[in-house]
Design a protein around this ligand. Sequence first.
Ligand SMILES: [Zn+2]
Ligand SMILES: [Zn+2]
Length: 525
Amino acid sequence: MPASRTARRVAITTAALVAAVFFSLLVTLPSLPVPIALDGVDADIRARTVSGAYHIHTSRSDGAGDKASVAAAAARAGLRFAIFTDHGDGTRSPDVPAYLSGVLCIDSVEISTTRGHYVALDLPAAPYPLGGESSAVAEDVKRLGGFGIAAHPDHPKSELSWTDWDTPIDGIEWLNTDVEWRNESALRLGRVLFDYFVRPASAVASVFDRPDRTLTRWDALEAARPVVGLAAADAHGGARQKTDEGRRVFGVGPSYDATFSSISNRVLLERPLTGDAVQDVRLVVDAIRGGRVYSVVDPISRDVVMNLDGSGQLTVVSPLPSGARVVHVGNPARSRLEIRATQAPGDPPVPWVVANWAGPRATARPTTATAPIAAGTPLAAAFEWRVEKDPSSSGRVSAGGGVVTLEYKLHEGPRASQFVAAAVDLNPADSFETIAFRGRADRPMRLSFQVRVLPDDSRWVRSVYLEPTEREVFIKVKDLQPAVSGSAGSASFRQARSVLFVVDLANARPGDAGTFTIHSLRGIR
Ligand SMILES: [Zn+2]
Ligand SMILES: [Zn+2]
């Protein structure tokens, strides 16, 4: 029977092909970590070096697991600390530091801004919701004593990737595992999926490439001041339901275990961990703030130890795998070190180790002394102040002698674009390059300073911080942003019609009430 013989031959050939493909997939699996003997390394340095994961989501935001299960996964990956970064506005008091499954759990927050996500480490509860303009959020994080990290600058979704390189940031994610797989081809991802079931951590690391653009950016930023680079797990923990712009969607990604074993951050502590979570968080966070941190792609090799050399820089003190090369890169002012390994995946190959510049930092807080009132032409002197608001919120304005006070109460209940503003028309002839005023509020707050311009009544805005101590505020017209995002161009209007001081839901919550006072509103040419 020729037909059945042919069918059998096809079946055998197919089986042989499948077996061949399967076998070739198996023999070309990503390699296992190279073991390096660390016996010769100073025991004190090893005791002061701890490994951890940074940028983790739990079920508190869009991650799959709760904190305890995530800590257990971190423990299985051999980590000693885990930095949680659930999405939020900074108003929640951070969880008290605790050891879970032997892993030091450090709570922080990932804040959405107009120009990407910003992680705030070491941040106490904020007095009002942080959000809105990226520069305002970074300024608030700094004022509150936090340490701000630009999240996933390489993220393909422009609303998530940090893009504000004019604002002074404290840290940058030099690599983000949740981003790395997004630039791989479908064929490549199919291969990675196979590897994932056999060697999960190596499979995750196999999609890493050297993020040249972000590393160049980091080095350029360091020309001005120290910026700490961290590897972000951005772990969400496998498959989960999540909410994306109000819609329930299904998210999928590597497990916490696989992500935590694919790359880690090692911190060099002042002294070994004590077992007291509150003290130990200080040790870990201070090491990160001081740049005493390096990232390691663990599936290449887990075994590397660094110490500070005579000039205070991180240098490798353990034997290197064969073929590995230490390269000094970065800005000459603050050069850092990469270790490149022959087994590294990626195109261009991801560095096995990326260390920070660990030199001295300025510790002084920026001063906020109020300067004497600068010159300028009084604006709006001839006009009456008024309240503008949504129908359900309330406001009362009192003005006299160049001083205006607004009492506001945003409508309680669901978010419905509540706002209350003190507004005034401007003298038609005035032109200015800078607007200045003095202001104070009954509590720390942010308001949106807005200029309504002719001929189309479009609004240009800038976020302003006020507190009980009076501050002098200068706003350059060129720094104003369009109120409607996406509007093109800079604020080069012919004529401003009115100005508004607006309390809205960018930095306040429904039901919030308070008072602020503005005086000496001037235009400076
Ligand atoms: Zn993010
Ligand atoms: Zn995130």
